[in-house]
Design a protein around this ligand. Sequence first.
Ligand code: ATP
Ligand code: MG
Length: 394
Amino acid sequence: MKRVILIKYGELTTKKGNRNFFIKTLYQNIKNKLKPFDVSIFKDRSRMYIEFLESDLEEIKKSLDCVFGIHMYHIAYLVDTNIDTIKDQLLNLILDMNFSTFKVETKRSDKSFSIHSQEMNRILGGVVLKNKKNVSVDVHHPELLIQVEIREKYSYIYFNAYKGSGGYPVGTQPKGMLMLSGGIDSPVAGYLAMKRGIPIDCVYFEAIPHTSLDARNKVIELSKKLAKYTNEIHLHIVNFTKIQEEIYKKCHPNYCITIMRRMMYRIMEQLAKKYRGLVIINGESIGQVASQTLASMSVINEVTSMPVIRPVACFDKLEIIDLAKKIDTYDISILPYEDCCTVFVPKHPVIHPSLEQAKKEEEKFDYSSLIEDAIDCVNTIVVKEKEDEFSNLL
Ligand code: ATP
Ligand code: MG
């Protein structure tokens, strides 16, 4: 009997006016993700159906787990919408199954089908009871839940439910610019932002020769992990060496991190404008380090009027680590290559910086022209999930 994947949208269904846009975006994302497979995809307002080759099913399931906007899916048997056919086919399916209690749940989406849901439950339950020995109905905790969806031409019978990745389809929000370091927090922040439907470009600040190419490769590998949830990711690599050297030459050591991060935010804002990003996203977590006290964050944030989203701001480190493991970035993040923030860590970074002092410190060098240079020399690479080598330099 033919099987299809039946996808339920979940949270999408709350979007009234935008519903078609959400469904279209989800459809496109699923289509892109399943490109390597021989599938046909159909959509309507409440469901999506995927016809597939049985031999591909396990791989397809893995791919679907990376598409946000899927609430739940089922592997469903397809039958003609006709009471006798449904009865016969259900019987065929359950005859070899082992269970002692069951429940039938019918959903009648085709209201022209003359038998009501409750009546269908009763009829199909009767078929099971009559043909299967030693089974009984348990409406609260059935061993086997038999679900039947009656639709116009075809109906669907299924016994399983797979949890989707939830969230909104990537692309249903405008683009965000993720500050991606080689650490644990920022890939998780990127994942969470994408889960809300935000497509991301990543920005990595490097300070070669103080940081290594290994550190850069680590960020590329992290981008690949994030690319799983979208088509491809543009990773913008900013040469931050000159700015950082100037900061450490000219500014008071306690203020170096504050100033460095103000420079990063300034560059982020300009890159966002250049690449049409609407928000900055990063992995800051309140209180984690000196630059992430609320006092520090407000002084750092002062340089931009662009919204800054910090998806892990209120997470404990252990919660972030759990998510990093789940999305498979943790093992890459803990590789020991130095990042530009760790190379220059001062002994006593200020925890309660003053805005006035920060402004005075950064007046000690001509940062505007250095920022301009850094932006002119940005190196952008396109990262795809499956590529061993990062692809084209733009
Ligand atoms: P992570 O926070 O990702 O574990 P980290 O701990 O090295 O890395 P922090 O010093 O906590 O980074 O910086 C806070 C956030 O600032 C990071 O989560 C990241 O979003 C951003 N950031 C820090 N360093 C860089 C960098 N070199 N390039 C891009 N973004 C960075
Ligand atoms: Mg951090």
